[in-house]
Design a protein around this ligand. Sequence first.
Ligand code: SF4
Length: 342
Amino acid sequence: MMMQNIYPSFYKNFKCIANLCEDSCCKDWDIDIDSCTENFYNTVQGSLGDKLHQKLVTDDDGERVFKVENGRCPFWNRDMLCDIFIGIGEEHLSETCAKFPRVKVDYSGFRENLLSFACPEAARLMLASDDSAYADFGSVEKNGADGEDYMSFLLKARSRTAAMLLDREVPFEYRLADCLEFNAQVQAILNGEEPAPLKAGVQNSCRFILDMHTEFEIMSERWREALKCILNNADALEVRPDFARDFEKFALYYIYRYYLEAVNSGDVLYSMKRIVCAYIVTGWLDADFARKGYPLPRMRILQRYSKEVEHSYENTEALNARFDSDPRFSIENLIAMLEDMV
Ligand code: SF4
C-alpha cells in the first residue's frame, strides 16, 4: 500500500537560517550520531578527523553523541557555523542534524510530517500560519485494515479538538476546558466505559504547575531564572488577553504532533494536560516579561518551552507521571482552575 504523506501548509517554506538563528539546534543539546554517520566519521583524516574521533562519545543511555561543551556543540564555530558542514559537506551531517526540525510520524498507511516548535524559524512559520494550515490532516483514506475504526475515531476526535481550540467566540481558557471535557468523554469511550458527567473541581490556583516546572531538568540558566521570577511575582500575574492568539498555534502544533500517540498509549488526556501546563507557564512568562517592560517575542517563549520541556524525554515522562499521581491534575480540577482564570 502506498504511504500517504501529509504536510501542513507552511512545511515547504522552511529553510534553516544558520548563523542568523537566535537560538540554534547546535546549542544546549547533545547531538545523536547514527551508526552510518559514525562509520563515515571514522574514515575522516586530518585535524577534523582527529576532532571527530575525540568528541564522539557514549552517553549514559548508551547512545553515541557529541556532548555539548559550554552549552554548544563542539563543532559549532565562532561564526555560528558548523565545521562538519564546512569541512566535509552537508551530506555528511548526522541524521539528527540533517533532519531537524523536520519530524515524521508514521501510522498505518500514512505519515504526518511536521516541523518542531523548538526551532525559531519553524516556530515563526507556525505562528504566522492561518487556520487552514493543517487542513490536509485527517484527510487520510482508510481502507479497512485492522485498527481502522480506532484510528478513524481518533482522527475525528482530534479534528473536533482542534476545531474547539479555534472557536474564538469563546475565551481561550473555556476552550481549553471544553477540550478537556470532550476528551474525558473520548477517553471513557477508549476505555470501553459509558461517558459520565464530570463532577465539580476544587482547584483554583495554577501555582503548583509553575512549582513543578522548577523541579524539572533545565538546560539554560536563563530559563531557570525566568521561572523563578514568575514564581516570585505569581500573585501579580495574569495571562494577557491577546496571548491566546499566539498560544493557539502552539496548541494546534501540539495536538497534531502528539494526539495520535493514543494509538499506542490508549490515552488522549496526556497530550491535553501537557497543553494546559504549557499555557500556564508560557502565559505567565509572557505576562512577567511585559510587566518588566521588555516583552520577549512570544515566539521565543514558546520555542524555549518546546526546547526545555517538550523535547526532553525526562520532563515529558515527569509530567505524565504527575498526571497519574497528583489529584490536582484531574480533569475536573484543571477545568475549575482554567475557569477561575477567566
Ligand atoms: S534551530 Fe532551526 S533555524 Fe536555527 S540553526 Fe537549527 S534548524 Fe536552523
